[in-house]
Design a protein around this ligand. Structure first.
Ligand code: BES
Ligand code: MN
Ligand code: ZN
Length: 511
């Protein structure tokens, strides 16, 4: 889908004779380890240029040299790494992103990146080189498919000028074959992240439930079994809460079920990932204000993450059985829309009083969470949803809100968050919060009032979690869409969650 993927190849170290090359410079006394590849005069020239520019090799700084006389390159870019000795977690991928930010493609659509650590080339392991390559790929993403190509005279660097698009990056390192192998699984993950970003960035006139389901269906090429349940099937299953959300839309609701069977035994219990896929959230009859409503095209970021993750797992042939279930609806106001005050009976039998039609995500999740547990008896369930504005108030855009009945799963996710940079922060659940969603006329109501809005939404979901199912709800309203820019993402849609859950599964649930 995405049009901006740059191909990455690996090669042995030898400074190229033309074009653009990036070399690294460490923080501290070993300022130019990579300058070993230049001749002595070249190295002295670098030292001098660094002094003039007060370049000290700190991370996110660079020394850009155009047509340096000592080499045949058009451009030599020295990128600071900071203290490599302190690198952990996401730091290598983030370095890759920093490097990518210095490459425009203007020097001919191809660039060389020389990866050598302080002192000796082999101080950067092949795994670390592969992480750098992951960062190069993630940072290179741009959603530019709706930008018309500019004329030759008007080539600004906004990425839609195909002539200055970077097409290929050659990563030079000590052991290219090993780095190439190590990159294979990262490439699968990167493609999953970019797929999720594409889905979230796509406007809602183009991507409704049907089109989203088709994107899920396309995973069958990778060996994922995909079923798409239509309204008839959903009615038969009794998913009245999900259907109530979609009943105001001209576009029918759908549920997609994706299954990847990669474990040694095809019968071992799957892990389950469930996503909110509200393709557009107007709020329904409880209509949202106009200001910022356009962002609600991203209210399917949870479902996009599930599709991206299933892509990653299948593409890297993960040794796990995993099911992904997404509820695809559009929340619209119309003559057929649900009303505030309506009571619907969810698939589980729980009755819901709809106080606010804008609290729709939890109604969608109620039915697919129940369905997932009934049908698959999963080892655990993690759901992702752009569920509440309140989580932005609590945590901003730095962490996803995490709610759970299982400490172990929380610890594992917290750790996976630190290693991928997709961080989570646990927020409380409890019986007193649960009381806040008791309804006067039904079993529960779909809003809990002004206070603790993210927690009462999570309490609502927990009403549909069976005793004994380890469960985590990730509220990604702040991290999945309208996201902060980072070293590895310049995109409005971050693809949040794909790397996090891939890492959770890779670290604890494979083999
Ligand atoms: N999709 C929104 C939550 C949201 C808000 C996501 C901002 C991303 C950015 C959700 O469906 C919603 O409208 N939630 C309401 C719940 C309220 C009516 C109880 C909210 O957060 O205001
Ligand atoms: Mn809403
Ligand atoms: Zn919503």
């Amino acid at each position: 889908m995405n049009s901006t993927a740059t191909s990455i190849t690996f090669a042995p170290i030898s400074l190229p004779k033309s074009g653009v090359a990036v070399v690294l410079a460490g923080d501290g006394p070993k300022l130019f380890p990579t300058a070993a590849k230049l001749d002595q005069a070249g190295a002295r020239f670098l030292q001098r240029a660094a002094k003039v520019a007060k370049f000290k090799g700190k991370k996110r700084t660079a020394l850009d040299l155009l047509c340096p006389a000592q080499v045949k390159l058009d451009r030599l870019c020295v990128v600071g790494t900071g203290k490599i000795a302190d690198y952990a977690g996401n730091d290598w991928a983030s370095l890759g992103g920093v490097i990518r930010s210095r490459l425009t493609g203007r020097e001919g659509g191809e660039a060389t990146v020389v990866i050598e650590g302080p002192g000796r080339p082999d101080t950067v392991s092949s795994e670390e080189v592969a992480e750098i390559a992951l960062g190069l790929t993630l940072r290179g993403y741009k959603f530019s498919k709706y930008k018309s190509a500019k004329s030759d005279e008007d080539k600004s660097n906004n990425g839609n000028d195909s002539k200055s698009e970077l097409k290929k990056i050659v990563v030079q390192c000590a052991d290219p074959a090993a780095a190439r192998r190590a990159y294979l699984s990262r490439k699968a993950i990167a493609d999953g992240v970019l797929l999720a970003r594409d889905l979230v960035n796509e406007p809602a006139n183009i991507l409704g439930p049907k089109e989203f389901a088709a994107a899920a269906k396309a995973l069958d090429k990778l060996g994922v079994k995909v079923e798409v349940l239509d309204e008839k099937a959903l009615t038969k299953l009794g998913m009245r809460a999900l259907l109530a959300v979609g009943q105001g839309s001209a576009r029918p609701s759908l549920v997609a079920v994706m299954r990847w069977t990669g474990a040694a035994s095809k019968d071992s219990k799957p892990v389950a990932i469930v996503g909110k896929g509200v393709c557009f959230d107007t709020g329904g009859i409880s209509l949202k204000p106009a200001q910022g409503m356009e962002d609600m095209k991203g209210d399917m970021a949870g479902a996009a993450c599930v599709v991206g993750l299933m892509h990653a797992l299948a593409a890297r042939k993960a040794k796990v059985n995993a099911v992904g279930v997404i509820g695809l609806v559009e929340n619209m106001p119309s003559g057929t829309a649900q009303r505030p005050g309506d009571v619907v009976k969810a698939m589980s039998g729980t009755t819901i009083e709809v106080l606010n039609t804008d609290a729709e995500g939890r109604m969608v999740l109620a039915d697919i969470l129940w369905y997932t547990q009934q049908r698959f008896k999963p080892r655990w369930v993690v759901n992702l949803a752009t569920l509440t504005g309140a989580v932005l108030v609590a945590l901003g855009k730095e962490h996803a809100g995490m709610f759970s009945n299982d400490d172990k799963l929380c610890d594992q996710l917290t750790a996976a968050g630190k290693t991928t940079g997709e961080t989570v922060w646990r927020l409380p659940l409890g019986p007193k919060y649960d009381e806040m969603i008791d309804s006067k006329v039904a079993d529960i109501k779909n809003t809990g009032g002004r206070y603790a809005g993210s927690t009462t939404a999570a309490q609502f979901l927990q009403r549909f979690i069976k005793k004994g199912t380890p469960w985590v709800h990730l509220d990604i309203a702040g991290t999945g869409m309208a996201a902060n820019k980072s070293d590895v993402s310049e995109s409005w849609a971050s693809g949040y969650g794909v790397r996090l859950l891939d890492r959770l599964i890779g670290d604890h649930y494979e083999g």
